[in-house]
Ligand binder design. Structure first.
Ligand code: NAD
Ligand code: 6OD
Length: 482
């Protein structure tokens, strides 16, 4: 049986406690690896290694050399791309096609992006009468990364790459649900960077490695992606050390379709923004608002697209467009939203049940049909809370003012999508929607230089481009009297 260990100070090691937990393939229910369960001793050792490495060659390396090493990391991921894709799909349940086309390429693209971008960011100077100010950037220090299970490689490298490019050292705690690609990333990086620069402690969240990392006195910053409630816990734990924080949290994103939209484009992309990665994408548009003149046509059109294009099946089969949810626990949570929608009187336009045509080897898997409901009112549980699964609800609206009110009536503020051919509508909506990321006539179109993050309960701070540099570094001002 495969064993997944920690990477601490350049060595792959087990846990002092000897404890392990199971890594299960959620599509088959089979055990795929035993994972060493880290805790405080492993986090302490990893943080100490990271602190020492800051003072070593990494801390004094010329920037071009550092960036060249990060480009080698990108190449290392590319060289083992198929291995990464298979591991991601087996761990998470995502279709292998998605892992190959999106998750793994973004894993290496994140390193390329930050190895390039930061070289070209200037600092500021301010002349005074008889004095000159200029600013210098320095690494923040030891960065703790705590990452989720839904796009494990994409989301961890989105933080590892800028943290390292800024000259920091890292201790990462990946999700206990998806430890595999973190181990592969550790293998790739360990062949390229000095020991201690990048460390991985596998383990659980509360009362375990995650908590130990968040409260560790020698960690300078925590960058976290995950649930809003976990973010609050981490914030409390990090308060004692006044750690710098960057949070990318949950969402309940509106997808707004005006009657003047290009309907075919809106439907095609809505299929993706509803069911990509089984709806386990923080940016999925789970609240779809459609202007009344095209409401019926939109509902019929989306259901037709689901039936024609979505194939739920074995994630390892390239023909599957939807795989399995990540775990039995998460499946039960998503099903609780299906049940609550039923109790709240929703009409199931399609889905709402386990597919009945799955092959025998997937009998223990956790699959759900793509589910589209109508008839939910704003206060229903399924309309208010993040589902993080393949279920969307469609609600009609009449006016721009009404849909803005509905869209912003949430504690979340991560993403929003607007479909319209009217430039005025596009600009007015973009300005008024309470979300950190707005897409007009598209969805999840990413330029890694742009600010990424959420308002309200969806996050703190922005990462991406220069915004990542701002989080992962300290800026100091030098004032010289002339
Ligand atoms: P989660 O919060 O349960 O877990 C995320 C990580 O936090 C895991 O590594 C977990 O072990 C760790 N953790 C849990 N409790 C902890 C604690 N008390 N202290 C320290 N660490 C702890 O989230 P998840 O279920 O893995 O991911 C799904 C959530 O992530 C959804 O809410 C989704 O919207 C959100 N998400 C947000 C973004 C974004 O960019 N805004 C991206 C992806 C996912
Ligand atoms: O594209 C990104 O950089 C990013 N952080 C995506 C988040 C996806 C959430 O599931």
């Amino acid at each position: 049986m495969k064993e997944i260990k920690h990477l601490i100070n350049g060595q792959f090691v087990g846990s002092a406690s000897g404890k392990m937990f199971d890594d299960i393939n959620p599509a088959t229910g089979q055990l795929i690896a035993k994972v060493h369960e880290g805790g405080k001793p492993e986090v302490d050792a990893a943080v100490a290694a990271a602190r020492t490495a800051l003072k070593g060659p990494w801390g004094t390396m010329p920037v071009d050399e550092r960036m060249a090493l990060l480009r080698q990391v990108a190449e290392g991921i590319n060289t083992r791309a198929e291995e990464f894709a298979q591991a991601e799909s087996a761990d998470n349940g995502m279709p292998i096609s998605l892992a190959r086309a999106a998750a793994v390429p973004r894993g290496s693209a994140n390193f390329i992006q930050f190895a390039e971008h930061f070289k070209y960011v200037a600092t500021e100077t301010w002349e005074m009468d008889g004095a000159l100010n200029y600013s210098l950037r320095r690494p923040l220090g030891v960065i703790g990364i705590i990452s989720p299970w839904n796009f494990p490689l994409l989301l961890s490298t989105w933080k590892i790459a800028p943290a390292l490019a800024s000259g920091n050292t890292v201790v990462m705690k990946p999700s206990e649900e998806t430890p595999m690609t973190a181990m592969l990333t550790a293998e790739v990086i360990n062949e390229i960077l000095p020991p201690g620069v990048f460390n991985v402690v596998q383990g659980l969240g509360s009362d375990s490695a995650g908590a130990a990392l968040s409260e560790h006195p020698d960690v300078d910053g925590i960058t976290f992606t995950g649930e809003t409630t976990t973010g609050k816990t981490i914030m409390r734990a990090a308060a004692d050390g006044l750690k710098k924080l960057s949070f990318e949290l949950g969402g309940k994103n509106p997808n707004i379709v005006f009657a003047d939209a290009d309907l075919e484009d809106a439907l095609t992309m809505t299929l993706r923004s509803s069911f990509a990665n089984q709806g386990e994408v923080c940016l999925c548009g789970s609240r779809i608002y459609v202007q009344r003149p095209i409401f019926d046509q939109f509902v019929t059109g989306l259901v037709a697209k689901v039936k024609a294009n979505v194939k739920v099946g074995d994630p390892s089969d390239p023909a599957s467009t939807m795989g399995s949810l990540v775990s039995k626990e998460h499946f039960q949570r998503v099903m609780s939203f299906v049940e609550s929608a039923r109790e709240d009187g929703a009409t199931f336009e399609c889905g709402g049940k386990i597919p009945d045509n799955l092959p025998d080897h997937l009998a223990e898997g956790v699959f759900l049909e793509p589910t589209v409901v109508t008839g939910l009112t704003p206060d229903c549980k399924a309309q208010r809370q993040e589902i993080f699964g393949p279920m969307v609800s469609i609600v009609p609206f009449d006016t721009e003012e009404e849909v803005l009110e509905l869209a912003n009536d949430t504690r979340y503020g991560l993403g929003a999508t607007v479909w319209t051919t009217n430039l005025g509508t596009a600009h007015r909506m973009s300005a008024a929607l309470e979300a950190g990321i707005i897409w007009v006539n598209t969805w999840f179109l990413r330029d890694l230089r742009t600010p990424f993050g959420g308002m309200k309960n969806s996050g703190i701070g922005r990462e991406g481009g220069v915004h990542s540099l701002e989080f992962y570094s300290e800026l100091k001002n030098v004032c010289i009297k002339l």
